[in-house]
Design a protein around this ligand. Structure first.
Ligand code: FAD
Length: 383
């Protein structure tokens, strides 16, 4: 089984830059010959699992391998809305995602500006009488319901999780693409021509390396887009109905989501680029083609939403990958060819809180302390 990465993986600038920084850089260390636990992918999932493995078993030998830089994938290009449940809603045995997410961050002492004031569902029909939001976007958008949720600073969450993992003694390797995985008695990862043997492996590679995770043909990689405004005044934020800093997303189409970020910037997101193969992500450029058209469309929509946004300047434009699996349910399973390899991801654009929550669960499963969830084979799961 192999996932050959094309030589040019310097794709980060092509996806544009979001308004936060990731200030973690791994040390240059030689690759180990053998570890107990290998985690592949340096996004929220892989980092949370790595940090938790060392948190629970401080003497275990844990290594994380990231093809590019920490946060190079979805996690560094996200919107940072912390939402409950999954994209498919509640699933059997899932538990309380937001409560678990908050307690993991607290226990690991990761400070990432987590705020959970609630999230606003907005729509063109069924708005509540006193909706703080009244925007013009294919009809009038108003608040239909408030649900649990909030926001984080993605740069701080990535850096914080990586810092905690590294300080606790986990080995973090950037520019360490796992090119193939040999499924012998114990799995062997091939990284830059070096073999690393592991007792247990977590594949947290999300929308990329789908042959490695066994998800090629089973889940669809997409690319989605976002913009951030320049800092707005408090009056502008109030007239937009966003003074309380609650993130929002539409429950009908065309889709629009957003949140307030530091200095009263507002982030808005929408649009999907469909991909035939995940490798298209490696050359996708937000300044060209369909991604550029979708960004231009999003900018037009943002300026037309409300008089407070007419003529607003946009300071950041970017996009990132998401992975959508069957029924929009997250994938959390043992690899078909080796029971000591776990595959976790495909949160369908709903992975900020869920990735950390399930990342901890994956760590506990690797340690033999918890079973994997049953929802993928649950006969009672919703269709
Ligand atoms: C624009 C945008 C907005 C979003 N907004 C929200 C939101 O507001 N709320 C929400 O809940 N979710 C949101 N999401 C989704 C959320 O960001 C993701 O679900 C989450 O970040 C996934 O984390 P991950 O660690 O599983 O994957 P990723 O962050 O994609 O990490 C996978 C990592 O694996 C690495 N990798 C791949 N192949 C290899 C290999 N062979 N060897 C080594 N490393 C490899 C990649 O470089 C990458 O760093 C958004 C996504 C996007 C793109």
């Amino acid at each position: 089984m192999s996932a050959t990465l094309p030589a040019n993986t310097a794709r980060i600038p092509r996806w544009g830059l979001p308004p936060w920084t990731i200030d973690f850089r791994s040390e240059q260390l030689p690759l180990p010959e053998e570890v107990e636990f290998a985690v592949v992918g340096g996004g929220f999932t892989g980092l949370a699992a790595t940090a938790w493995l060392r948190h629970v078993e401080p003497n275990s030998r844990v290594a994380l391998f990231e093809a590019s830089r920490i946060g190079a994938g979805s996690s560094g290009h996200t919107g940072g809305m912390a939402l409950s449940e999954t994209a498919a809603g509640e699933l059997p045995g899932l538990g309380d995602v937001l409560a678990g997410f908050s307690s993991i961050l607290r226990e690991l002492q990761v400070r990432c500006d987590l705020a959970l004031p609630g999230a606003l569902e907005i729509g063109r029909q069924g708005a509540i009488a006193n909706s703080p939001i009244r925007w013009n976007d294919s009809g009038t958008l108003g608040v239909t319901r408030e649900v649990p949720g909030g926001t984080i600073d993605p740069g701080k969450m990535l850096s914080g999780l990586a810092q905690v993992a590294s300080e606790s003694g986990a080995l973090l390797f950037e520019n360490a693409p796992v090119e193939s995985l040999s499924l012998e008695e114990s799995p062997v990862l091939n990284i830059n021509g070096t073999s690393v043997r592991a007792r247990r492996v977590l594949l947290a590679t999300n929308a990329e390396s789908l042959e490695l995770s066994g998800l090629a043909g089973q889940a669809q990689p997409k690319f989605t887009l976002a913009v951030a405004t320049e800092p707005l005044s408090s009056d502008q934020l109030s007239s937009l109905g966003l003074a309380q800093g609650k993130p929002f997303y539409t429950v009908d189409l065309p889709y629009l989501w957003g949140r307030v970020f530091h200095q009263n910037r507002v982030i808005f997101g929408s649009g999907l680029v469909h991909l035939d193969d995940w490798r298209e992500l490696l050359t996708l450029n937000v300044a060209e083609g369909q991604a550029a058209e979708l960004l231009a469309d999003l900018e037009r929509r943002v300026r037309d939403l409300h008089p407070a946004l007419r003529g607003v300047r946009l300071s950041h434009r970017w996009g990132g990958p998401i992975l959508i699996a069957d029924k929009w349910e997250p994938v959390f399973r043992r690899h078909a060819q080796h029971r000591d390899v776990i595959v976790l991801g495909a949160y369908s654009g709903h992975g900020v809180a869920l990735s950390v929550y399930l990342g901890r669960w994956a760590a506990e499963a690797m340690l033999g302390k918890k079973d994997l969830p049953q929802w993928e084979n649950d006969p009672n799961a919703p269709d």
